[in-house]
Design a protein around this ligand. Structure first.
Ligand code: ADP
Length: 160
């Protein structure tokens, strides 16, 4: 059985921080599935199709990584695809409480699925999609934080 990890998130949009985590995960797992959530409670800048497109483009050179969109509970999606590992990123202590609560909630719903946390390189540990969008709105140079295809889409979207 290949070892597969599911990396769920909003990815609105994907940043070098997410990509750093995915790269690290491919060293541990045979396959990584990046699952783009149709988060109904979050105000998102990009549609799920756009978020998937940006991830696919950014991950073009990663042959053991798939990108899919999903609705509903992460644990349901994981079960349907027989995946036993959920991957999440821990950037700073400030992530801990939310991630801890999420992991325990998922465990309560699916005790057979484990959440694994990875830390990104410290150069991305302050980076969030929210911060990125704020910087881009104010015209900051974000080329150090996102791949060129994402930068282009952000600029286009924020110009409208
Ligand atoms: P969500 O809405 O599920 O939090 P995000 O796309 O914001 O979706 O994040 C998905 C996962 O990626 C989370 O576990 C988050 O901590 C992690 N993550 C977000 N930004 C970074 C980053 N810069 N470095 C590493 N992990 C990150």
């Amino acid at each position: 059985m290949p070892r597969t990890a599911l990396y769920p998130g909003s990815f609105d949009p994907v940043s070098y921080g997410h990509l750093d985590l995915i790269k690290r995960a491919t060293k541990i797992y045979d396959k990584v599935i990046v699952a783009v959530a149709n988060n109904l409670h979050k105000k998102l800048l990009f549609s799920s199709e756009e978020r998937v497109d940006m991830l696919r483009e950014a991950l073009r050179d990663f042959d053991r990584v798939d990108v899919v969109a999903f609705d509903g509970l992460v644990v349901d999606f994981a079960r349907k695809n027989q995946i036993k590992v959920l991957l999440r990123g821990l950037r700073m202590v400030s992530d801990f409480e939310y991630e801890f609560r999420l992991a325990l909630t998922n465990r309560r719903m699916a005790d057979d699925i484990e959440t694994v946390f990875l830390m990104p390189s410290e150069q991305f540990s302050f980076l969030s999609s929210t911060l990125l969008k704020e910087l881009a709105t104010m015209g900051a140079d974000i080329t150090a934080f996102v791949p060129p295809c994402v930068e282009k889409r952000l600029r286009e979207r924020l110009r409208q």
